[in-house]
Design a binder for this molecule. Structure first.
Ligand code: NAP
Ligand code: MG
Length: 503
């Protein structure tokens, strides 16, 4: 039997709420949907190869739907290995004849132009991102799209300063970069990949995820509008087989992949013994640690942001919470109260905190893990919020009574599911936080600077936030240890994997 406690944290014995705003019986925000009137979506998107939208050789197309309505938004082309070949050849030709010969400051100008058009079309991009992927408009509007433009601006600045990137040495571009991205930050991931590659003088073949191709196709339109020379950026849609064809194409010099550890391992095996360079940004299972001296309300807000933000579809999501024993009761109570106020629903509504789960498959995966957690003896608590009947939605969920060996503690769920453990000493929490196959990110909440330095220097994670969470900036490198991948994106570090350094 599956037992889930729903929204009972601040109820008294009669089951009535004691104080917190009850959004489900009475207090509700009026709907505030973002308009879709200014959005132009074609019924069908072809492959963007050599500066033109080109039909796929197979003539096959697949649907991309909105996970919040389950309705079809458009169909996109399925690229086979011959289409990949065309895209790689176009990128090679553009690299040799145009892009690598162009003065670096001219390359920078094109990138600035792309960034400016992205800003001009920010509303349109944000709405399409939320429609296609399910994330709340507040996030796509305030985080994804501005950060994507910021990446282009930042790397445009590097384009003519490459010689300063490696003092005492010269740099050279690599050639054609094959780039494969996931569905959780579709346009942002495209920007993370394309911008440093172009700044360093490379050309690109990019494949977006099957469920979220639309903002990448809009980016193709922007690239056309910016007048980027044909073939410098090619964007091709398809499923895993298309990604594999990019990885295995002999004309590719570098692979940049962001996605699951499982596929990352397949790619690493495929690249072994080749002379292709690669970077892999993979899964995560971050520890968010609250010490008893932390500002508790601020920490609770950070935990909520860290795991429920973007439905938990965040590789660096703070999915494991460690609370110092003396404050565990108060933190868990405040967390449950805060969960009750979160609004799950229409991604286009500006009040929505938690949008739609990206796909039916991902929703099934989350449900499967919640069942596993309960069967393993975890105590499950879910917010009592209402959830739309159509579309893929999941309530914010937390687990207590879990152990270090529980599968929901060790494995990436990639959904709004938090596991909570307690600890007594700094040494204990460091050991537990590190006892995991992943090492992407982490968070520390404490009033003591010395504790921040002690903990952060011993956590095996690429990015650690202190008294905040999920903050990004194009100048700051991002990437993981262990099964979270290799290489860094962002900042100067993110430029290096696209360059050969000549001493
Ligand atoms: P995924 O299944 O690994 O897919 C990622 C991309 O690879 C998609 O475009 C996918 O195409 C493609 N692909 C699938 N099989 C392939 C193959 N054999 N060869 C080449 N490409 C292949 O991951 P996901 O489920 O989309 O994304 C979630 C994962 O990404 C999570 O594990 C998350 O932690 C990770 N992630 C990591 C970071 C980071 O920076 N470390 C950032 C964001 C996400 P289809 O879409 O058609 O399957
Ligand atoms: Mg979609």
């Amino acid at each position: 039997m599956i037992l889930i406690q729903v929204g009972a944290s601040s109820k008294n014995k009669s089951g009535k709420k004691k104080g917190a705003l009850d959004f489900n019986s009475g207090w509700k925000y009026a709907p505030a949907p973002e308009s879709k009137d200014h959005i132009q979506l074609k019924n069908r998107y072809d492959l963007f190869i050599n500066g033109k939208f080109t039909e796929p050789e197979s003539g096959k197309y697949f649907d991309t739907i909105s996970p919040s309505t389950e309705k079809k938004l458009a169909e996109v082309a399925e690229a086979n290995s011959n289409d990949v070949d065309k895209a790689v050849n176009a990128a090679r030709h553009a690299y040799e004849k145009t892009w690598s010969r162009m003065p670096a400051k001219e390359r920078g100008k094109y990138m600035y132009r792309i960034a400016r058009i992205m800003q001009e079309r920010a509303r349109e991009l944000a709405v399409i991102e939320s429609m296609d992927g399910g994330k709340p408009i507040r996030e796509s509007r305030d985080i994804d799209i501005p950060l994507a433009a910021a990446h282009f601006f930042y790397y445009a600045g590097w384009a003519d300063k490459m010689d300063y990137s490696t003092p005492g040495a010269k740099t050279k571009s690599l050639g054609v970069a094959g780039q494969i991205i996931p569905w959780n930050f579709p346009l942002l991931m495209a920007a993370w990949k394309i911008a440093p590659a172009l700044a360093a003088g490379n050309t690109v073949v990019l494949k977006p995820a099957e469920t979220t191709p639309l903002t990448a196709m809009k980016l193709a339109e922007i690239i056309q509008e910016a007048g980027l020379p044909d073939g410098v950026v090619n964007i091709i849609t398809g499923a895993g087989a298309t990604g594999a064809a990019i990885v295995n194409h002999p004309g590719i010099n570098k692979i940049a992949f962001t996605g699951s550890t499982e596929v990352g391992k397949i790619i690493q095996k495929a690249l072994a013994g080749t002379n292709k360079k690669y970077t892999l940004e993979l899964g995560g299972k971050a520890a968010n640690i609250i010490f008893e001296d932390a500002a508790i309300d601020q920490a609770v807000e950070g935990i909520v942001n860290g795991i429920f933000f973007n439905q938990g579809h965040v590789c660096c999501a703070g999915s494991r919470l460690f609370v110092q024993e003396s404050v565990a009761d108060v933190v868990i109570r405040k967390l449950k109260d805060r969960m009750e106020t979160l609004i799950v629903g229409d991604p286009l509504d500006k009040n929505t905190d938690i949008g739609a789960i990206n796909s039916k498959d991902q929703l099934e995966k989350i449900k499967k893990y919640v069942k596993i957690g309960i069967h393993e003896g975890g105590v499950c608590y879910q917010s009592s919020c209402s959830v739309p009947s159509k579309g893929f939605f999941y309530r914010p969920t937390l687990f207590t009574n879990v152990s270090q060996s529980s599968r929901i503690v060790q494995e990436e769920i990639f959904g709004p599911v938090l596991s909570i453990q307690t600890f007594r000493t700094v040494e204990e929490v460091i050991e537990k936080a590190n006892n995991i196959p992943y090492g992407l990110s982490g968070g520390v909440w404490t009033d003591k600077g010395s504790k921040i330095f002690k903990v952060t220097s011993q956590l095996r994670a690429g990015v650690i936030w202190a008294n905040t969470y999920n903050k990004f900036d194009p100048t700051s490198p991002f990437g993981g240890y262990k099964e979270s991948g290799m290489g860094r994106e962002g900042g100067l570090h993110g430029l290096m994997p696209y360059l050969e350094v000549i001493h």
